[in-house]
Design a protein around this ligand. Structure first.
Ligand code: UTP
Length: 471
């Protein structure tokens, strides 16, 4: 229990910052609840609050100013056998680690549990985490190496994620080489800048964005852990993209050969206004401009040959050098990525009435940091264009665009393509769409060529019209 004198000084500090309402229910709380409230308050950096409140109050749109030029993009054709060999040798020597950011709330999907536990694969219904785990196991056996998988969670899902892995035997991975760590949190603000209470003894805190991963890697000792294990390169991906190559040897090799501190993959945008970030050179530095911040004129701009000028869409796949994160976070008090504000619905307790409020419209502001904002801080960043149908189909929504349905469809299409390329007969309808639902286990192939190497493949649909290729 915190001594009364200390509680008073904490309360005074929050009062001075205009946040005394957080103690409205203090007298009604029992001692555990008081401890909980104080623990939540400890996550709030009061010295940073004045700057955060300016962002909360800033509702203007932020079309990017300054000079904006398209980013130079490397294509798969520019990637050489030497790049791949270099990447393979780094993987073999244990220099590369897969890193999944899985701390998000997944509100749009609306699944009750960690998003990685969502069963995604089209035939076997494998959860996302299992797909990644199998891909990591396949990489280990191909390169005869041991990989350590770093998974960033957040206070909202850390315990559930860890026990999920435990219950499912870590999907066959060595538990010592599956490392969870938690990202930081940010309070939610009412529009008048008051921090919201989720309950009488709980501050409304939510994860501080995937950009929070860089500081979290430093603050939780993960950078030292990586250094101890000899890991130099971090293969960063998000939990919601089942098509991702968890570790892409050619991309890793390209990153290392380019002496890049942070490398990115992009895809050609589906249309001028696709809701993905745009790689661009802003005032001479590579970065990502959010779709909402790219001026319309630039979004529509075309090259002489009619192609889209700002065509490189961000898909949140990166290789990041450990030394870059170390450099950025060497003085943690000075490091911070910009905060992005979003209007969200946040349930809370009204401190005036004590009533629980369950809003039907956005009523609050959340602040998040984005990983791509580290790009302008990096040396020699590169962008590699990849084929969307091979590597990117995120599951963000329950239905519609980027949904369970579209992502499963794209997994099945890719599997059918790989199987066909290896000689399997896959019946297709008049639109060229495979009629059986197809799935290839990551243990059978990490990329199309793996199947070509084991051709010919004779496989037929089962009675449910599904094809599943196991190892
Ligand atoms: P999204 O931006 O899609 O957010 O995250 P989300 O929280 O998963 O889903 P919504 O917006 O509530 O529907 C993209 C990736 O970044 C991770 C997510 O887990 C996902 O892998 N992420 C996001 C974090 O790890 N931490 C965060 O604070 C936010």
């Amino acid at each position: 229990m915190t001594p009364t004198r200390d509680v008073q000084s904490i309360r005074d500090a929050f009062s001075a910052a205009g946040q005394d309402h957080l103690f409205t229910f203090w007298d009604d709380l029992n001692s555990d609840q008081r401890d909980q409230l104080l623990a939540d308050l400890a996550a709030i950096r009061l010295d940073a609050l004045p700057d955060l409140l300016k962002i909360v109050a800033d509702t203007a749109s932020h079309a990017t100013g300054g000079s904006i030029e398209p980013a130079d993009v490397i294509t798969r054709d520019d990637v050489t056998a030497e790049h791949r060999e270099l990447g393979e040798s780094l993987i073999r020597r244990g220099k590369v680690a897969p890193f999944t950011v899985a701390g998000g709330q997944g509100t749009r999907l609306g699944y009750d549990g960690p998003k990685g536990a969502f069963r995604m694969s089209p035939v076997r219904n494998k959860p996302l985490f299992q797909l990644f785990a199998e891909s990591i196991r396949a990489t280990e056996s191909r390169y005869d190496c041991e990989l350590t998988w770093y998974i960033m969670t957040s206070p909202i899902n850390n315990a559930a994620t860890a026990s999920y892995f435990e219950d499912l035997g870590y999907f066959g991975l060595n538990p010592e080489r599956v490392v969870f760590f938690q990202q930081g949190v940010m309070p939610s603000f009412a529009n008048d800048g008051k921090i919201l209470l989720a309950e009488k003894h709980r501050v409304a805190l939510s994860p501080d964005g995937h950009g929070g991963s860089l500081l979290a890697l430093a603050e939780t000792g993960m950078l030292e852990d990586m250094a101890d294990r000899g890991i130099d390169h971090i293969s960063y991906f998000q939990v919601d993209n089942p098509l991702v190559y968890c570790i892409d040897p050619a991309f890793v090799g390209l990153h290392a050969a380019s002496k890049s501190e942070m490398s990115s993959k992009c895809v050609s945008k589906a249309d001028d206004f696709e809701r993905v970030g745009n790689f661009a050179v802003v005032d001479g530095k590579l970065g990502v401009i959010e779709y909402s911040d790219l001026p319309e004129k630039l979004a529509k701009a075309k090259n002489a040959d009619g192609s889209r000028k700002f065509d490189a869409g961000s898909i949140a796949i990166h290789v990041i050098s450990r030394s870059f994160v170390e450099r950025l976070t060497a003085d943690r008090s000075k490091f911070g990525l910009p905060w992005h504000r979003a209007n969200k619905k946040v349930g809370h307790v009204d401190t005036a009435s004590g009533e629980v409020v369950d809003p039907s419209e956005p009523n609050a502001v959340k602040l998040e940091a984005f990983i791509f904002d580290a790009l302008p801080l990096s040396k020699n960043p590169i962008v590699l264009e990849v084929d969307r149908s091979e590597e990117f189909s995120p599951v963000k929504n329950a239905t519609g665009v980027d949904s369970v349905e579209t992502s499963r469809r794209d997994m099945s299409r890719r599997a059918a393509r790989w199987l066909k390329a290896a000689g399997a007969k896959i019946p297709c309808n008049s639109d060229g769409e495979p009629t059986p639902t197809c799935e290839v286990s990551p243990l059978a192939a990490l990329e199309a060529d793996d199947l070509k190497n084991r051709a010919p493949i004779n496989i037929a649909a089962d009675k449910d019209g599904c094809i599943y290729l196991d190892k």
